[in-house]
Design a protein around this ligand. Structure first.
Ligand SMILES: C[S@@+](CC[C@H](N)C(=O)[O-])C[C@H]1O[C@@H](n2cnc3c(N)ncnc32)[C@H](O)[C@@H]1O
Ligand code: SF4
Ligand code: SF4
Length: 384
């Protein structure tokens, strides 16, 4: 999850005359000018790991149990630190469900208003169950990009994957409210829907892909990471190691064929996002609800802890953590990749899923274990 940047722009191998797929919007007229040489361009922030759903794949293992996360004052302080380092994009990934934070939609009190005041653009991740018309209009007025959820168009499948009976109807209502408020109608769109590829929704993916494209929604479809609750439910969610690369390849190629023939878009299929490249390692850091600083959501290697909550005494400034030699190695990721990723001919657009590498080997720079490109036979087929 999180941080997919549509791969359209930096892909020299796109077919001549074809369009890259639309990116979801990542800044507004109000956003400060980005400095590419600054230590941070964006930050992903958890608020707390409390949630009203219980997704079978949730890396954060979020539950309904009340949990103490970052306070509103701590969130503002982290935004201040990020802005001082150059961040222009604040991605509120929730940790649990972002809209459970009471203040988030309250004008003046909201961290979204605070980030906007500091010249930042906001992306909010939500499961959509708490989005009504008023909330959708509020988010639209702030020019926020929303990444919602759509695990299946079939209520029974979606309810089972998100672990709560009746949730699917609420998700669909929330998505409809966001569409009605106009988030999918802007160019580029401000509505994406995230869907992780599981055994139970695999066959339905082409239908969901068309459903989103036809409505102007950016599909954020991805291979799940083996982390948190996904590990507990691995048998039901993941293909076995031997079949996984081919299953993902087949699906990515089918979705590419749909994009080419029905929507006129072209992109290069590679893990972990369909039609997108992960770019987080060049510019982002991820802060958990306990103030741990990680490279991304699912690589739970802690590079340092901020001075929040229980870490007041031992915590460090964000600047010290993201400019440490260890963290800077992540920024130069291409120089450290191993195995098939090291010499890959798609390095201009892909560095593999670092979380997949991390959870398989304990080495964040190892090759992506589910990638199909390292297989000579498929390399040949791709270039034909
Ligand atoms: C942890 S959720 C928090 C925000 C909100 N509750 C939601 O689900 O959209 C953030 C994002 O991570 C995605 N996600 C959760 N577990 C994942 C996993 N194991 N692999 C990939 N993405 C995952 C969710 O689908 C969601 O888009
Ligand atoms: S993925 Fe999001 S909606 Fe699902 S349990 Fe985790 S935090 Fe809640
Ligand atoms: S081998 Fe690694 S870098 Fe190359 S396409 Fe696969 S995951 Fe991406």
């Amino acid at each position: 999850m999180t941080g997919a940047v549509q791969s359209g722009t930096a892909v020299p191998a796109l077919r001549k005359g074809w369009q890259p797929p639309p990116k979801q919007k990542a800044r507004s007229e109000r956003t400060r000018v980005e400095d590419p040489s600054s230590p941070l361009q964006r930050i992903s922030l958890e608020l707390s790991r409390q949630c009203n759903l219980r997704c079978t794949f949730c890396y954060a293992q979020a539950t309904a149990e009340p949990c103490v996360g970052l306070t509103d004052a701590e969130v503002r302080a982290v935004i201040d630190e990020a802005v001082a380092l150059g961040a222009c994009l604040i991605s509120i990934v929730g940790g649990g469900e972002s809209l459970l934070r009471r203040s988030i939609l309250r004008s003046g009190e909201s961290c979204i208003d605070y980030a906007n005041k500091r010249g930042c653009y906001c992306v909010v991740y939500t499961n959509c169950t708490l989005v009504d018309r008023e909330a959708a209009r509020w988010l639209n007025d702030r020019d926020v990009t929303v990444v919602g959820k759509m695990m299946s168009l079939r209520d029974s499948v979606q309810d089972s994957l998100v672990g709560v009976t009746g949730a699917s109807v609420k998700i669909r209502r929330g998505v409809d409210a966001l569409i009605e408020a106009g988030l999918a109608a802007t160019k580029p769109p401000r509505l994406a829907l995230e869907s992780v590829i599981c055994r139970d929704n695999y066959d339905e993916m082409p239908e969901m892909w068309r459903w989103m494209r036809a409505r102007g929604i950016v599909p954020e479809v991805e291979i799940p990471t083996m982390h948190g609750r996904a590990t507990e439910n691995r048998g039901a969610l993941f293909f076995n190691e031997a079949e996984a690369p081919d299953k993902y390849r087949q699906l990515f190629e089918e979705l590419l064929a749909i994009d080419r023939s029905e929507f006129g878009y072209d992109w290069i299929p590679h893990p972990p996002f369909v039609a997108c490249s992960c770019q987080l390692y060049y510019s982002n850091c991820y802060v958990t609800d306990q103030g741990a600083v990680q490279p991304c959501a699912s690589v739970d290697r802690v590079y340092g802890r901020l001075r929040v909550g229980a870490n007041q005494a031992g915590g460090k400034p964000l600047a010290e953590i993201v400019t440490s030699p260890d963290f800077l190695k992540l920024r130069r990721i291409h120089a450290h990749l191993k195995g098939a990723c090291k010499g890959c001919d798609l390095l201009h657009t892909c560095y593999g899923c670092r979380a997949a590498a991390w959870h398989k080997t304990g080495d964040v720079f190892a090759e992506d274990p589910v990638c199909w490109h390292r297989r000579p036979v498929q390399r040949k087929a791709r270039s034909a």
